[in-house]
Design a protein around this ligand. Sequence first.
Ligand SMILES: Cc1cc2nc3c(=O)[nH]c(=O)nc-3n(C[C@H](O)[C@H](O)[C@H](O)COP(=O)(O)O)c2cc1C
Length: 187
Amino acid sequence: MIYIVFAHPYPSQSRANRTLLEALRKLAGVEVCSLYDRYPDFDIDVPAEQAALERAQLVVWMHPVFWYSVPGLLKHWFDKVLTFGWAYGAGGAALHGKDCLWVTTTGGSADAYTSEGIHQRPFADFTRPVEETAIFCGMKWQPPCILHGVHDMDQAALEAQSQQLRQRLEAWLAARGEDASPLEPER
Ligand SMILES: Cc1cc2nc3c(=O)[nH]c(=O)nc-3n(C[C@H](O)[C@H](O)[C@H](O)COP(=O)(O)O)c2cc1C
């Protein structure tokens, strides 16, 4: 029902994304693919990924922001998995109508993403390629979950944000008549 595509190159060194993922992992019907664990050589199993996406009604892309964008393996996943005739183009309707939720974290604070800040622009100026990727594939773009300044957030604040996200997905499941109790294995 929910497919989480988790893209952190060093999952064991992650604090923010790992905390977010742990909060969601045990929800009912959640399937997690930690891309860098599963495809360390970037050799993505495209049929398996497409099958997981077909099973899902909500697709979650979760990762730290790297250079105003997604980590390289998630970009590669977009390139390989979202194929013509399957995700877009003639006959490419596999993802139509599915919800897409972007969950991402930045080192930069909210103030850093202003005209006076070090990144000079609002973060929204950098989000369009990811958003449009989902929309181009016919998915319904959900308000993203973006955590800024995660290095300055203590663990309690991170946990609180993670619980809010969990509650949001519980509500999403409840709206579809799904019980939010566990569990699908990680792949
Ligand atoms: C290669 C690299 C590029 C990064 N680029 C950005 C960036 O463009 N903007 C930003 O705000 N933070 C950037 N960061 C900081 C990460 O977003 C931050 O370390 C991450 O969100 C922390 O999450 P984690 O605890 O799950 O690792 C970058 C970090 C690395 C290692």
